[in-house]
Write a protein that binds this ligand. Structure first.
Ligand code: PHB
Length: 394
């Protein structure tokens, strides 16, 4: 007996923000989709991810009816602090480029999207097992086993891999059909959540001789902070006292003082830059982390994923309306333009602020001079503000 099958216009693997936002945007265009994910809804909700949304991301969420909460509960930030060389400097995005960013954790974006799909009767299947994808250059098929052990198939006109950096969809593309560009970084971030009031009203990006630190926030009583560490660092070697003394040592020389509290979560985040080109193979399209990852310093990951699917929804609509698969090449071309700008921006922020292992005094002094050039020049600060708040879509 063949497996029970569903037929849909667009099959989507991955129910993170990219997959759900795509499904939502397609539904608004009258295009049906089925989304599958091996994770449960609860598991995705419990994953701690980054927290900064560009103005365009906020606009997408509000204007398409996904979230009012981002405006009510998110925090609009008009700038950031750059702390280095014994001082802290504000980069005022509003004054420089007339734009803001919003502190609104990715988890909340996911919750809003999952609720919006529910409310619209969207077909999202969490917690599936043994997912595989087939016939990528013809009529793609997603096969999986559902929670009661039944094998199922989703047959679709187009398939989208929005299944994260380990993407099973990407792994199905024959090597000769894609190019991978990547770079590794010789450091990682030690991330904590702590129960304490805010230490500052905006994010502090701090350069220090001991390495980078980032002071971010979550709520009035819960804060998110990071400090640069070795990729092989063991979180169990870090007591609360040791964490706080390291964080304080990286911000106090520049005049900041952190409000301490119990550390309720700690983890090491390794990072790398990765891009695959093109973001299409036959009738498979890749979106978000499945196609590219960036180091978190520029807060670009989620924003890039949302920018991808804005373009993708439009391109899929055109391909379906004209029955012309060649239209799909447009997606890769347009999306990659922003992806590479974001790669450059994230790399630049990362290399300017982190201490390279074995860096000598010259290297550290040179970084401080670069940071001074940024804050003392309107052109320099504007470059940072444009990149951080997000470039307009071409
Ligand atoms: C965060 O709040 O988790 C966050 C903020 C800014 C970044 C990275 C992470 O650049």
């Amino acid at each position: 007996m063949s497996a029970p099958r569903t037929t849909t216009q667009v099959g989507i693997v991955g129910a993170g923000p990219a997959g759900l936002m795509l499904s939502h945007l397609l539904a608004l265009r009258g295009i049906d989709s089925v989304v599958v994910d091996h994770r449960s809804r609860d598991e995705i909700e419990r994953t701690i991810r980054a927290g900064i949304l560009e103005a365009d991301s906020v606009r997408s969420l509000t204007e398409t009816g996904v979230s009012d909460r981002v405006l009510a509960e998110g925090d609009e930030h008009h700038g950031i602090q750059l702390a280095f060389g014994g001082e802290s400097h504000r980069v005022d995005f509003q004054e420089l480029v007339g734009a803001s960013v919003w502190l609104y954790p990715q988890t909340e974006v996911f919750v809003d999207l999952a609720n919006a799909r529910d409310a619209a009767g969207g077909d999202v299947r969490f917690g599936v097992r043994d997912t595989s994808v087939h016939d990528l250059t013809a009529t793609p098929v997603i096969r999986y086993t559902d929670s009661d052990g039944t094998s199922r198939e989703v047959h679709c006109r187009y398939l989208v891999g929005a299944d994260g950096s380990h993407s099973l969809c990407r792994h199905r593309i024959p090597a000769e059909h894609l190019r991978q560009y990547r770079t590794e970084y010789p450091f990682a971030w030690f991330g904590i959540l702590c129960e304490a009031p805010k230490s500052a009203p905006e994010l502090i990006y701090s350069h220090s001789e001991r390495g980078f630190a980032l002071i971010s926030q979550r709520t009035e009583t819960l804060q998110r902070m990071y400090f640069q560490c070795d990729p092989d660092e063991d979180v169990d070697d870090w007591s609360d006292d040791r964490i706080w003394s390291e964080l304080q040592a990286r911000v106090r020389p520049h005049g900041h003082d952190l409000v301490e509290g119990p550390v309720v979560d700690k983890s090491v985040l390794r990072f790398r830059s990765n891009v695959v080109e093109p973001m299409r193979y036959g009738n498979l399209l890749l979106a978000g982390d499945a196609a590219h990852t960036v180091p978190p310093t520029g807060a670009k990951g989620l924003n890039l994923a949302l920018a991808d699917v804005r373009i993708l929804a439009e391109v899929l609509e055109r391909a379906l309306a004209t029955n012309d698969d060649d239209v799909l090449d447009d997606y890769s071309r347009r999306a990659l333009d922003r992806v590479w700008r974001a790669q450059h921006f994230s790399y630049w922020m990362t290399s300017m602020l982190h201490r390279q292992p074995g860096a000598d005094d010259f290297a550290v002094r040179r970084q401080v001079a670069e940071l001074r050039s940024v804050v003392r020049s309107r052109a320099g600060s504007t470059f940072l503000a444009e990149g951080y708040t997000g470039w307009p879509s071409p």
